[in-house]
Design a protein. Structure first.
Length: 109
């Protein structure tokens, strides 16, 4: 990675669209939003819904059940998952996570 960045001579726009393979495990740490003393796990319906906030982060697509697991295991103990926090926020409170996990799927083959 260092070699690849060094070869760019400061033109970091060349990184756009490049692919690389990690030799070791890669750990992504989600950003957690804070409102007062409460923490929220942010998710977005589209990359456009992230706005400028998303410019500083890697984007990872996850199933909602995986998101709940990530939020539940976060060390900051978020009180909710917030969808589209910067446009039309919708909060899925922590008390509802069990209900969502146990819902029957409406997706049929």
């Amino acid at each position: 990675m260092e070699e690849m960045i060094g070869a760019l001579n400061g033109d970091f726009e060349k990184l756009t669209g490049m692919e690389f393979t990690a030799k070791d495990k890669t750990r992504l740490i989600p950003d957690i939003l804070q409102n007062g003393d409460r923490f929220f796990f942010p998710i977005f319906s589209t990359t456009e819904a992230m706005g400028e906030y998303g410019d500083n982060f890697s984007k990872v697509q996850k199933h909602m059940l995986e998101v709940i697991l990530l939020a539940r295991n976060n060390e900051k103990e978020p009180v909710g998952i917030v969808l589209n926090a910067f446009s039309e926020p919708f909060v899925l409170d922590k008390e509802i996570w069990d209900i969502v996990e146990n819902m029957k799927s409406r997706i049929r083959k």
